[in-house]
Design a protein. Sequence first.
Length: 154
Amino acid sequence: MTKLRGILVAAFGPLLAAAVPPSVAVQRVVVELRPDSAVAAYCSAWSTADRAARNSLLARVWDADGVYADPTPTLASGRAALSDTIATFHQRFPGARFRCSAPQVHHQAMRFTWELLGADGAVQAQGMDFGELAVDGRIRRIVGFFGAPPSVAP
């Protein structure tokens, strides 16, 4: 069986490689982006004041047309707009950083909690983000909520 597989790969491998466009090969690599890795890099992007480093993180984990919304009210569409939003955040809160939980995920939807740490390391705020993942594993949408969730009425 192994010998037959070797013959088939030798005979059809070049044809299959030529039939797969380069963009598909790139997608296969990106598909391996796990939600926990995407959230960790996204959280790092929010904690990064340096624009070049932040843009590099966002290019790995944020969909090109991704949308971010929070109650401040902020609405950012696309990577550049999100990077600008994060830059404005760092101007208002120099030295601040985020600590994020691992995501809970199902059907390309996710949620995770976060804490905003001030420059002194003390927790300044907390919240929960709900997100949608693109097919390639990148984050397509984040809707953020600040504070603890509302209590359930008795």
